[in-house]
Design a protein around this ligand. Sequence first.
Ligand SMILES: [Zn+2]
Length: 324
Amino acid sequence: MLRLAPAHDSRPGRSGQRRSRMIRIGFDIGGSKLAALAMDQGGRELGRARQDVPRTYAATIETLEAVAAALEGAHGPAGAIGIAIPGMIGAGGALIRVVNLPWLEGRPLRADLAQALGKPVAIANDANCFALSEAIDGAAAGADVVFGAILGTGVGGGIVVGGRPLTGANAIAGEWGHNPLPAGEAADGPPVVCGCGRTGCIETWLNGAALARDYRSIAGRRLGGPEIARLADGGDPAARTALARYQRRLAMALAGIVNILDPDVIVLGGGLSAIKSLCAEVPKLWASMIVAPDPQTRLVPARFGPESGLRGAAWLGRRDAPDT
Ligand SMILES: [Zn+2]
């Protein structure tokens, strides 16, 4: 069932700005929920919709079409549609792998939806959409090279260069979570098998479960990341040890990104980005791990947080976006 909700815009108003009548529409298709956002050309939210993800390909097309029509009816015509998907999207918008939505795999969603709507459709990995949102008007606004790092249940990432998301030859650009963490640091804990089947992936050291596991190994009880951070702030020795190890591991993993990509800004998203000390402490630690003598890369928390995937999808539909 479609539920349209009124706008609840977190952005400051832009009175006096001349706006195009064309709106932007973005979809974020997650494992269970499908979210849609209509915004104006300046990024101001106009309205949104949210519902369960349809469980067949045909129903997905019908739903996207119906939601887009409802948002256009309420807010005006859209120039293009952007979609964020948790998976690998190849050249031409082919859905190579889609996490938890197997009925979309191998389907020409972009072409079919573009035909149904009669307008361009762009599809990108949700981490790329996160990075795009933060690069356009989020925490990395104005930066040329942006790495968006997501620290949550999984560890993902996306790269934006010059305002465009980078897909890559294998549609995996930015997937740092499945590189091994440098062995010297990893040696102080047991190896863990990753969801990808490999052992010792960065994701198994930096996701939420990893911090909880490390704390439990010291304190004997299980807490979530933000609670561990609160205890560490209060001086709890076990929490301080676990958080210090987490920060050092994150610094090592991100130093590898800086040495290869040399981004202007790294934006942290995902549940663990709520730990405020990360952006303050990690750059102090990575300074000795990065080959440049005085690293200028900034580490900042996401401005739009969990909204960034959806906002990035809406920005994706720009006429100058690479896949439109
Ligand atoms: Zn892995």
